[in-house]
Design a protein around this ligand. Structure first.
Ligand code: 5GP
Length: 138
């Protein structure tokens, strides 16, 4: 299967659709997930075009992992979460719904069940606040 540049994350990367941005440089964008599974759920998105891990350039993968770690630490510090899940889906059968490579950073709170994957939409003001708080910890 090939990469489709009409996917929603490609549109966000091109600035055609807004996002609650946590971080951006030449190689990556970090934004809040609009249907969060927990408070502080955000996404690390390499700018290089690939559907997922399976077709990604190994050099792009090694370049993105330090940022995945930084964002996981920043999300934990900003939210006071007890742990952090890092999740990444490859193809629809595995649960992938947006076909541009991304890593989920999902803060986990002791005794609080995670919401459904791509479930209810979060409040915009709350997402904007969290984006600022996580960004400040990077
Ligand atoms: P996947 O299932 O592909 O691993 O994850 C896609 C994620 O993107 C889901 O968690 C979903 O909530 C999120 N998502 C879908 N559409 C949008 C959008 O327009 N903006 C943002 N910020 N997140 C989105």
């Amino acid at each position: 299967m090939s990469y489709d540049p009409a996917n929603i994350f490609a549109k966000i990367l091109r600035g055609e659709i807004p996002a609650h941005k946590v971080f951006e440089d030449d190689t990556a964008l970090v934004m809040m997930d609009i249907f969060p599974q927990s408070r502080g759920h955000c996404l690390v998105i390499p700018k290089a075009a690939s559907r997922n891990l399976l077709d990604a350039d190994p050099a792009a993968l090694s370049a993105i992992m330090p940022l995945v770690q930084r964002v996981a630490k920043a999300a934990r510090a900003a939210t006071g979460a007890d742990g952090v899940r890092v999740v990444q889906f490859n193809e629809a059968a595995a649960g992938q719904t947006v076909f541009h490579l991304h890593f989920h950073i999902i803060p986990v709170y002791e005794g609080v069940a995670l919401g459904a994957h791509a479930g209810g939409q979060a409040d915009n003001a709350e997402l904007a606040g969290l984006a600022g708080e996580i960004s400040a910890q990077l």
